[in-house]
Design a protein around this ligand. Structure first.
Ligand SMILES: [Zn+2]
Length: 130
């Protein structure tokens, strides 16, 4: 159901772009590392929906690395910089907010940080050259 909602949101955005006379060449669906997502299921939904609104439009589903920024010392780090157990990793995938319980700034130890990237899904697109 989750993947369905994501595919719907992506398709809605594609529709908007087409509506603005954007000549889309390719879209990239960037799924955050913290996002629990079944890429195969998303692909199935995308294949189903995309031919309705933009037949032939190429797309790819990619994973986007999570980026964190400390609100205290401004240090920036990645998920690979922190040690998480398998269970913690799992928990974070189901509830991205849980990241605050398991991760703290590697530099100053603060748990007051922002998830700059790696949550949710972003759409990046390329347009046809004139
Ligand atoms: Zn810090």
């Amino acid at each position: 159901m989750h993947e369905w909602a994501i595919a719907e949101a992506v398709i809605k955005e594609v529709e908007n772009l087409i509506h603005k006379n954007m000549r889309l060449k390719r879209i990239r669906i960037l799924a955050g590392e913290l996002q629990n997502l079944d890429e195969n299921i998303l692909k199935q939904y995308m294949d189903m929906m995309i031919k309705e609104v933009a037949p032939g439009l190429k797309y790819s589903i990619e994973r986007e690395e999570a980026v964190f920024k400390c609100n205290v010392c401004s240090h920036i780090w990645h998920l690979r910089d922190v040690k998480l157990s398998e269970d913690e990793r799992e928990a974070v995938h189901f509830v991205p907010e849980a990241i605050h319980a398991y991760v703290s700034c590697p530099k100053c130890g603060s748990r007051d940080f922002t998830v700059v990237r790696g949550r949710g899904v972003r759409l990046v697109y390329e347009v046809e050259e004139e």
